[in-house]
Design a protein around this ligand. Structure first.
Ligand code: SF4
Length: 401
């Protein structure tokens, strides 16, 4: 049995919400860190060029994709007194900072591909509606809203509130992943999510997430039940992320391109700026229209669904993060060419496990000169063997199913 971690949530938070943004930078070991909101992963060519420029001028040359489809800029100069101001101006001019007050209210997932409905058409309306509400600026930086086209891809990413299409013109309202039974017309999906978010902001107390506050959860349900009809709740099937490789589409061929270890170079961002369409996904891939797969491959992106290492992800690790017990990205890079594509594994430098995928995965945490693999310690040099089940020590297969 693989371990599938959910957040360990206290009933009441005692720390203030310190999620970084563009205007509130985080002090990391490799410099200041900015997190850039990208609702639904939607990004246009001008924005991609701006992001490439910012990566080179302010950061370490990369844009780091997060597990919520946002972007991180690392390595900002901590001796520069105005990095946040100058970065904010650049991003604002490109439409990437629409409301300074809401810059940390930034977790909006949307299915990158149409299904029963097209979630991408709704997500920018949702962002505008949230940014128009001053009371929603107080939402915690971890609160997650999702619009699922009916494919079931983002609905299983642990959103606090999710609208999931069940037909071309209606959707289910999910709270913390569970169907409430409430059915919301497509035309009111944005209203319903805004109402749910506003109710949470009002009733949350110290909670950051819906799962932390039964009071807020019941309140959201009651408020929305006064507006929308209810049917018996459904247990929706889990769905995987969008595929890697060619994707047929009525609007022209698309390509799912994996971004190794979730880091896009400035050159890759500029290549993507020439695409017909680009959506950044929470699975550290891009859905790209209008660029030949061969050009994406030549630029270092992965479009082969059988490519080794497709399921490998890692947190920042050492030296970027002072908490890390190892250079986990170096060890992850060793796995990229060796692990089968279908082995999903996340390497973390400490127990916080930043950036871990929402889906089931092998949990690898640096500790004591080696790694805990699903809780069983293995020396670092045996990590690959333990993950490919070639380790005859018996240690690595504990908990395997
Ligand atoms: S999991 Fe730990 S080591 Fe990795 S980035 Fe998060 S805090 Fe740092």
């Amino acid at each position: 049995v693989r371990v599938w971690f959910s957040d360990v949530m206290p009933s009441e938070r005692v720390r203030p919400d310190a999620c970084p943004g563009v205007l509130a930078l985080h002090e990391a070991a490799d410099g200041l860190l900015a997190r850039i909101r990208l609702p639904g992963g939607m990004v246009n060519p001008e924005q991609l060029r701006t992001l490439a420029d910012c990566a080179e001028q302010f950061g370490d040359g990369f844009m780091h994709l997060t597990s919520r489809g946002n972007l991180q800029l690392r390595g900002l100069d901590r001796d520069d007194p105005l990095p946040a101001e100058r970065l904010g101006q650049r991003l604002s001019a490109a439409g990437l900072l629409p409301s300074p007050a809401h810059e940390r209210v930034r977790n909006f997932l949307a299915s990158p591909l149409p299904g029963l409905a097209d979630a991408r058409r709704l997500v920018l309306d949702l962002d505008r509606a949230v940014c128009a509400r001053p009371d929603l600026a107080a939402l915690p930086g971890r609160f997650l809203l999702a619009l699922d086209s009916g494919r079931g891809d983002v609905a299983t990413e642990g959103a606090d509130v999710c609208w999931r299409a069940v037909s071309a013109d209606s959707g289910a309202l999910l709270l913390d992943g569970d169907d409430t039974g409430l059915r919301v017309p497509l035309a009111r999906a944005v209203d319903a999510l805004v109402l749910a978010a506003a109710t949470f902001a009002e009733a949350r107390g110290q909670a950051w997430r819906v799962r932390e506050s039964p009071t807020a959860r019941h309140r959201i349900h009651d408020v929305l039940a006064a507006e929308f009809p209810r049917v018996p709740p459904v247990r929706f099937p889990r769905a995987g992320p969008v595929p890697v490789g060619p994707i047929p589409s009525p609007s022209g061929p698309l390509v799912g391109a994996a971004v190794p270890l979730g880091t896009l170079t400035a050159a890759q961002l500029r290549l993507l700026a020439g695409a017909r369409s680009v959506a950044i996904t929470p699975w550290r891939t891009c859905v790209v229209g209008g660029i030949e797969p061969q050009r994406l491959t030549a630029a270092g992106l992965v479009v082969d669904p059988a490519a080794p290492g497709l399921g490998v992800s890692a947190c920042a690790g050492r030296p970027g993060c002072a908490r890390s017990a190892a250079d986990v990205r170096a060890d992850a890079r060793e796995l990229l060419s060796r692990l089968p594509a279908d082995t999903r594994v996340h390497l973390a430098g400490c127990e916080r496990r930043c950036g871990r995928p929402g889906a089931e995965h092998v949990d690898v945490v640096a500790q004591d000169g080696g790694y805990g693999v699903d809780g069983a310690w293995v020396p670092a040099e045996r990590l690959l063997r333990s993950l490919t089940h070639q380790d005859d020590s018996g240690q690595s297969d504990e908990g395997e199913g």
